[in-house]
Design a protein around this ligand. Structure first.
Ligand code: NDP
Length: 247
């Protein structure tokens, strides 16, 4: 039977790569975007070429009512869900002493609280099925990163959230794991969003001496969503090429 994936932030970057790889691997996929409708439509068009069902919805994960509506719409369209990927994320740089409330709240609200809302919305269906996969996108910054207090705190929080879900819902047959991507070329890590020096840092301190490729990350996600990963639960899995820290 065709498996069904729900993923937030599928319009660009890592999420878009996962949508396309999952479709190519035979998954039906529902994904979300927050503002970039045209990019989402292009991803949907490319993914649809593989012949599985692809749908996309506008969703701000900071809004719990919006999350519940989209989860209901997904379940109405796809009948159930096999994998939930909490991928949507943002970053706002700034030293902690000068970070304003708005930036702190936006990052924590999107990366951490939004992931909680998404998991909460799908857990009743996953529990009813007594099966399923949940994945969260953390970061090496979870160990601390200068100028990224909110981002680092949100990504560390995801580990606590995932490992709690692993304990609460493991007995119901649901696995929850955390992926730690290293440095992948996306809008988040390009241009003004990230100092060029950080890219050089990532390449020179990564033992593989290169950035990650999006299809490498997507392949790891698909493995963790597959039958072969059934005994991996509450794990924090680095897909970093060995890069283990941020400045
Ligand atoms: P991008 O900035 O390229 O894409 C972010 C995605 O999240 C977009 O689809 C965007 O939608 C969506 N999004 C942003 N805000 C919201 C919101 N409030 N509600 C719903 N969706 C939202 O990011 P990446 O692909 O680089 O990152 C994906 C995930 O991986 C993030 O969680 C990030 O923290 C994590 N990560 C990335 C790394 C990297 O090297 N790139 C390294 C470590 C972790 P829209 O297109 O509509 O704006």
């Amino acid at each position: 039977m065709t498996k069904r994936m729900f993923i937030t932030g599928g319009s660009r970057g890592i999420g878009a790569a996962i949508v396309e790889a999952a479709a190519a691997a035979g998954w039906d996929v529902g994904f979300t975007y927050v503002s970039n409708e045209s990019a989402a439509a292009e991803v949907a068009q490319r993914a649809s070429a593989h012949g599985t069902k692809i749908r996309h919805w506008q969703l701000d994960v900071r809004n719990s009512a919006n999350v519940d509506e989209v989860a209901d719409a997904f379940l109405a369209e796809f009948e159930s869900v096999d994998a939930v990927i909490c991928n949507a994320g943002i970053n706002r740089n700034g030293l902690a002493y000068s970070m304003n409330d708005e930036d702190w709240d936006a990052v924590i609200g999107t990366n951490l609280t939004g992931s909680f809302y998404v998991c909460r919305a799908f857990l009743p269906e996953l529990v009813a099925n007594r099966a399923g996969r949940i994945l969260m996108m953390s970061s090496i910054t979870a160990e601390g990163a200068s100028g990224q207090a909110a981002y680092a705190a949100s990504k560390a929080g995801l580990k606590g959230l995932a490992q709690t879900l692993a304990k609460e819902y493991g007995p119901k047959g649901i696995t929850t794991n955390v992926l730690v991507p290293g440095y992948f070329p996306t809008d988040m890590t390009s241009g003004e969003a990230m100092a060029e020096g950080l890219k050089d840092f990532a390449i020179s301190y990564c033992p593989l001496r290169r950035l990650g490729e999006l299809d490498e990350l997507a392949a790891s996600v698909l493995f963790l969503c597959g039958d072969g990963a059934g005994f991996i639960n509450g794990a924090v899995i680095d897909v970093t090429g060995g890069l283990g820290w941020a400045p």
